[in-house]
Design a protein around this ligand. Sequence first.
Ligand code: URA
Length: 422
Amino acid sequence: HDAVEVISVKRDRGELSDSQIDWVIDAYTRGEVADEQMSALAMAILLNGMVPREIARWTAAMIASGERMDFSSLSRPTADKHSTGGVGDKITLPLAPLVAACGVAVPQLSGRGLGHTGGTLDKLESIPGWRAALSNEEMFAQLESVGAVICAAGDGLAPADKKLYALRDVTGTVEAIPLIASSIMSKKIAEGTGALVLDVKVGTGAFMKDVDRARELAETMVGLGKDAGVHTVALLTDMSTPLGLTAGNAIEVAESVEVLAGGGPADVVELTLALAREMLAGAGMTDVDPADKLADGSAMDAWKDMVRAQGGDPEAELPVAKETHVVNAPDSGTLTRLDAMAVGLAAWRLGAGRARKEDPVQAGAGVVWHARPGDTVTEGQPLFTLLTDEPERFDRALASLEGGFDIGGEHTPQDLVIDRIS
Ligand code: URA
């Protein structure tokens, strides 16, 4: 094979053969297919799509580009969760220790944020001492002792995807369902989890703005997981409103700890429990109610053990931003809309997220909102608190919140869990 042959097939709306797919992924990983050739192919895939056989083979080839982990010798079953990314989406933080407290091991390989959605590792790195990089041996040992690990994926896992995702990011080819589905699932299958729950976000703050595209992505990923022998279920969940009351890093850790202490915002608790129940069911553990483990403190104990095992101090003070700016409600009435994208952009511009992969994030930066849609607010009361170490960032953050909320008018409650696909 050669690259121009493979690109031409997809350009002309043909189907790639198994051997063409195997060759192009392997040759790209080795550097024989150049970035400009792979970006032409990615664009042809974005425009012309792939049939299920091609997506399955593409995923398998990306898995085969690296190592495959195997947790089958652990003393407990494994389950993991993946979110397609949302604003204020700190759910992994309370979820992993909660599921571990129920007796299922959670090998969660996570990423850093890019753009307006935050990254789980960025949030956890605000805990003094905590480290994201673990060897496979350390990961295995922690799964046996604590039952939950949240760490960075090593270089050996689906290296083809690492290279391809970075290329897609700068060539306008992220938003192709075959490429998103194969990217996510190659990593989750290579990670070796027995059960997987996908939280596919829908709404203004999500990758997928409409429910039909989100459902198509979810169905594609569930199909890939099942074919690979992973018990896979997807929930479509609302991301038109941000989750909880905080978007940032340290402030999201603090909110997660409230949930683990038996409190926290109702929507964060609801989604944490819904995903925990799916993970437990997928692992064959149906006789435990995760709500009990939040109430009796055992999820909190697992959190502290998990943080300590990775060098963090769960009792340490979290970093606080140097500067704050409060936005007051301009009117009285019901808050009828709070836009996830507006809040996500504001948090990002305050320094909670990064514009380029190499950029650092500020641990203390972010947005706190003091009301959720459906709540009544009074003119002049604090509506948002903006947090950053660099006050020159306030203006642009304020601009992104403009038009991002409505006070007054009809409030239509939106279900958090929109659909379940299995
Ligand atoms: N997350 C991934 O890991 N890959 C994608 O392609 C999109 C989101």
